[in-house]
Design a protein around this ligand. Structure first.
Ligand SMILES: *Cc1c(COP(=O)(O)O)cnc(C)c1O
Length: 396
């Protein structure tokens, strides 16, 4: 017998859970794209996107996913033959670099592996050796969704400043925008890419590139008509926002998602993600007392708060994903970028998630471990409940 009927929970690291309010806002007849409400609604998104990213800079929007934003970022800032320094801490920055290479950019890659964050000493060394400033941009990911490592972006900027290196700092915040603290201007980030389907709680379909004047001044010869961000930020006519028909319904959804973030307050959004992640980590600390299951990132200060990657005994990761989905209606994330993907799984806890969803997810994992006879320590749910009890504070 399966116990999966009832509301399912997609606990993968993107797309995330879509709020009913977002879905309801999208459920409407096609709006006029030439005048009226949609035009004003689209203008209104820009200041709210800026405030979520903590920047006074520009934001260009594209109909596309995160990969589209990656390509837009490279196209607008680099020239054929430029070198970029790729700081790989999992699958995603490698993917961004591969895309740049295909566009004619030369890669210099430092691979920190799947279990570590960026080692600033190695970055300092690479920048010091680049006396001719061949490196035009440093590419990194704030939270790599495959390894769930979180990089210290401010420390990276400080390292670049100390090296007196003029390269652009370009950061992928796909998995972390609206989840983990990110301060684009205060941390000195020149360009940041994100998508709408993770912390921004909207079905996949809009990619964002945020950038400052320094990034704007880098304009090289890779830019093409569609990816050019200039017309998308100096919008003379409405169709310029998306270079053609706007993603009408997504815009209604995104408007409500940003309203929800504003209502909660972005600092509170970050705190909620942080407490819920700590509850998950507390459960794992108890489970890890027995058996082979381990969090991929051992140092809590280096873990993203929107996604958790887990290593397991042989085949257990895949078996657990199958069990929770088929028997309990909970979909866990696959092991991504791993050779032995079956010995790995990931939990998405980004965006529209709350305490009871996290407790339900952990309880379901516990049931799966029990059913599959995967060895694990006791007390995980008690430990998670204690974190939530103290993190929630008094009833207002
Ligand atoms: C999801 C994700 C991407 C890719 O986004 P798509 O929308 O799937 O193209 C890139 N980088 C990171 C860190 C991600 O989490």
């Amino acid at each position: 017998m399966s116990l999966s009927n009832g509301r399912s929970y997609l606990a993968i690291p993107g797309p995330s859970v879509m709020p009913e309010r977002v879905l309801q806002a999208m459920h409407r007849a096609s709006p006029n794209i030439y005048r009226g409400e949609l035009i004003e609604l689209t203008h209104s998104l820009i200041p709210d996107l800026r405030s979520v990213a903590r920047t006074d800079g520009d934001v260009a929007m594209y109909i596309g996913n995160g990969h589209a934003a990656w390509e837009a970022a490279i196209a607008n800032t680099l020239s054929r033959g430029d070198t970029v320094l790729v700081l790989a801490t999992g699958r995603f920055c490698i993917g961004w670099g591969e895309m740049a290479a295909m566009m004619g950019v030369t890669l210099q890659t430092i691979d920190f592996g799947f279990e570590s964050d960026i080692d600033m000493a190695q970055v300092a060394d690479a920048l010091a050796k680049d006396v001719d400033h061949k490196i035009k941009a440093v590419l990194c990911v704030q939270v790599d969704t495959s390894s769930s490592v979180k990089n210290d972006i401010k420390a990276l900027r400080d390292t670049m400043t100390a090296a007196k290196h003029p390269a652009l700092l370009m950061v992928d915040c796909m998995a972390s925008l609206g989840c983990d603290r990110f301060e684009m201007d205060a941390w000195g980030v020149d360009l940041m890419v994100a998508g709408c389907q993770k912390g921004l709680m909207t079905p996949a379909g809009i990619g964002f590139v945020f950038f400052n004047d320094k990034a704007k001044a880098h304009r090289g010869n890779l830019v093409t008509a569609y990816w050019d961000w200039q017309p998308r930020i100096n919008v003379s006519e409405y169709y310029r926002y998306f270079d053609g028909t706007a993603p009408t319904h997504h815009l209604y959804g995104l408007r409500v998602a940003l309203d929800m973030i504003n209502e909660e307050g972005v600092e509170n959004v970050w705190n909620r993600h942080s407490v819920l992640a700590e509850a998950i980590w507390a459960a794992f600390a108890a489970w890890e007392a027995k058996g082979q299951m381990r969090l991929n990132i051992s140092d809590p200060s280096k873990r993203g708060t929107s996604v958790t990657a887990v290593c397991t005994g042989p085949g257990d990761g895949l078996a657990l994903q199958n069990w929770t989905e088929q028997q309990a209606g909970l979909t866990l994330g696959i092991g991504l970028g791993r050779e032995q993907a079956a010995d790995f799984y990931r939990i998405g806890h980004m965006g529209h998630v709350n305490a009871h969803m996290i407790m339900g997810m952990l309880g379901t994992v516990q049931a799966g471990l029990t059913a599959l006879e995967i060895a694990h320590g006791a007390g995980a749910l008690d430990a998670a409940a204690r974190v939530i009890a103290s993190g929630a504070g008094p009833v207002g």
